[in-house]
Design a binder for this molecule. Structure first.
Ligand code: TMP
Ligand code: MG
Length: 286
């Protein structure tokens, strides 16, 4: 059915369930289907040649527009909070206030740096960001078949949109909900727009009764892509969801987190830097 599911990186707790859902998605056609995806470390690569690739926040943190002192403070925050973010032994309830703390402190540091709107394109161009292999086929397939792609990201919206624009995949079927910057009349960053989205509040409450929420709730067959346990609530807003297939990229601390990921995601992709499996499923379904 989908030869890519035979890849060594693929792990499924219940392969029969996966087959059933994929068959239903194909049978029900394109009108009811949508893809909901995380951005950082899901559409973007986690690593390349043994080195970590940057998140949308890291693209800013590592850029020349940030002072040496600011960069050090942002790195210290990352080293303190990232292990908490991915710790399989802490509950989401425990993690939530700590994530709010991380995002708030990081955004406050970025606000001190006088970042210009007009610098974003160059910051992205000069960065080491990489999208996963197969990303063009992924975006192009969805665009061709008019399938909405809803990107729900706790990263920086302006930065990730620019990454997609430069990759020439920001097609009209793509909607992004993320942390967007607010610039003053001189084009200088003055604040981040509310609501704050962090790893563990990606759900219908943070979307509220927005246009994006309306759009999200109207298609009841879903392929959901994420790399964090927090990404699993991204489709919460679709209350009458029918067929949902969740695909989780397990990038880091694989041995410690394998059990929880296999219990939570229908398909787990361990250390797989490609979108091959997702593209194979879409090719079969569309
Ligand atoms: P995502 O929702 O698109 O995956 O983006 C969230 C990621 O951003 C999350 O995994 C942690 C990361 N992050 C940083 O790398 N630096 C930061 O300063 C913050 C606040 C988050
Ligand atoms: Mg992510």
């Amino acid at each position: 059915m989908v030869p890519e599911l035979e890849k060594a990186t693929v792990h499924m707790k219940n392969p029969e369930h996966v087959k059933r859902v994929i068959s239903a998605l194909r049978k029900e056609g394109t009108d009811k289907l949508q893809v909901i995806s995380d951005f950082d470390m899901t559409l973007s690569r986690f690593g390349f040649n043994g080195r970590r690739c940057p998140t949308s926040h890291n693209i800013l943190d590592n850029s020349r527009v940030i002072s040496e002192e600011g960069r050090k403070k942002l790195k210290d925050l990352l080293h303190y909070y990232y292990p908490i973010e991915i710790d399989p032994n802490r509950t989401m309830e425990e993690k939530c206030p700590l994530m709010v703390e991380w995002w708030t402190k990081a955004h406050d540091l970025l606000l001190q740096q006088k970042i210009l709107k007009s610098d974003i394109a160059k910051i992205v161009r000069d960065s080491e960001v990489m999208l996963r292999d197969g990303v063009n086929a992924f975006f192009d397939q969805l665009h061709q078949h008019d399938i909405p792609l809803f990107i729900f990201s706790a990263g920086v919206g302006d930065v990730l949109e620019e990454v997609l624009r430069q990759a020439e995949v920001l097609h009209p079927n793509v909607t992004v909900v993320s942390n967007y910057m607010d610039f003053d009349d001189q084009g200088v960053l003055r604040q981040f727009k509310a609501p704050l989205i962090h790893t563990y509040n990606k759900n219908n409450r943070v979307l509220g009764k927005t246009e994006q929420f309306q759009q999200l709730s109207s298609r009841t067959n879903i392929v959901l892509l994420g790399d964090s346990m927090g990404d699993l609530s991204m489709a919460d807003g679709v209350t009458d969801a029918e067929n949902v297939l969740t695909v989780g990229f397990l990038n880091d601390k694989v041995d410690e987190r394998r059990g929880k990921y296999r219990d939570a995601y229908d398909i787990v992709l361990e250390k797989d830097e490609t979108l091959d499996v997702v593209n194979g499923i879409l090719c079969y379904v569309l």
